[in-house]
Every structure is written in structure tokens, then in C-alpha cells.
Design a protein around this ligand. Sequence first.
Ligand SMILES: N[C@@H](CCC(=O)N[C@@H](CS)C(=O)NCC(=O)O)C(=O)O
Length: 235
Amino acid sequence: MTDPRPELVSYRICPFGQRAVIVLREKGVDFTITHLEPGERPDWFLALSPLGKVPVLRVGDTAIFESSVINEYLDEVYPPRLHPAGPLDRARHRAWIEFAAALLADQFAMMSAPDEGGFREALQKAAARLDSLEQGIDPGPYFDGAAFSLVDAAFAPAFMRLDLLALPAELDPYRARPKIDRWRRALAARDSVRDSVVEDFPERFGRFFGSKGGVAVRFLAGADGDALQRRRINP
Ligand SMILES: N[C@@H](CCC(=O)N[C@@H](CS)C(=O)NCC(=O)O)C(=O)O
């Protein structure tokens, strides 16, 4: 018997929830999505999420938290398999999924930085992380060759957010990192990635960090909305 239709609970701008949406879309799963506002934690949600964080995947009476765990569950239940078959390969993929979470943390710090100095410092940290990534990968065009994997789903939200920033050339995160550049372009062109955010995602993203006083939002004004080719995920 197949599991009941899953319900994802997330924020519209949460990159971790977006990872799960990408995997659900890759697999063509029939799912529902419930959006909370950032920081909103109603009692019903706290009862499901011991860490008070989104995303949570509700499957019948069971709630699963942590995006990497959610995605591994989805991968076991719905074809096609996105995780490699060999234990060592799977372990390597899990390690890079963890690395993607560190990149997202750098990105959050960068977007929230309240002044120019803090922004540049956070950008430097993210740049060092991207250097490690550039050295550690060989995408062709996805993380592990031609097949899309859970690692791709884990990094795509970080690249999508970087792509929204129209940074001056000397701060361009993709300049001199050709492997990452090729990879993020392949991800941006993928339907599951394009369809993983709400239509007004860039505006919401800007409003959220603007309300935190993040100076980086000034780089959003020139962002090329067409490049993202965003579509509504929950009409
Ligand atoms: N390790 C978690 C991280 C999830 C996370 O940090 N979610 C953020 C939103 S993107 C959150 O719920 N933060 C708590 C809050 O907003 O109050 C995962 O991969 O699911």
C-alpha cells in the first residue's frame, strides 16, 4: 500500500523547504503545501516540529522534520531514485548535502548583514566556501554527472538566491569558478527547480531581508527576474 498524500509545511522563502519541493517535483508526487509566515509557529505546528523549524512533511499521522531526512524518505518511497546505489557514494552525497547547509548559513548571514563591512565579510566567507566547492566537485552538468541527485536539490536553493543578486564583477561569486557556474546554470534551467518557488519569490525574499535591515537587498534591484523563470507552485 502506498503512503498517504504528503503535506509539506514550509515558508515561501525557506531554502530547506524548497529542497523538498524540488524532490517532490522531480518525482511528480501529488502533494499539498501549507505555508506559514517566517517566524509563525502555531501550536499545531509546534506539535509536529520539535525544533520549531520548517520544513515538516506530514504523511498521515506521522511528521518528519529535517530537509535531508525528508528528502531521503521521499527518495525511498517515490521513483526515480535520486540517491546513488553504493553506500560510499551515498555517504559522499550526504556529506555534500551537509556542506550545502553551511553555504546556506553563510548566505543568510550575508543577506542579513546590517552594514557594508558585515556584508563584505560574510561574502568573503561564502566565497571561501565556494572555493572549496569548486575544488571538490566535477559537475557534468549535475553534481554526479548526467543524473540529477539529492545533492542537486540541496544546492539549487542556494544558487537561486545568489542568482538574484546583481553583484559587481569583482564580487561575482561565479567569476573564476567555472564548474560551479556551469552547474548552477544547469540547475536554473531544470523545471523542478524553476517550479520550486512561488511566483513572487524574489519580492518576498527582498522584503524579508529588507525588514531585517540587510544591506544586501540593494543588489536585488537589478536582478534579472526572467533568468529565474519562476512559476507559481501552488496556484
Ligand atoms: N536543518 C534544518 C534547517 C531548517 C531551518 O533552519 N529552517 C528555518 C527556516 S528556512 C526555520 O524554520 N527557522 C526557525 C524560525 O524561522 O523560527 C533542515 O534542513 O530542515
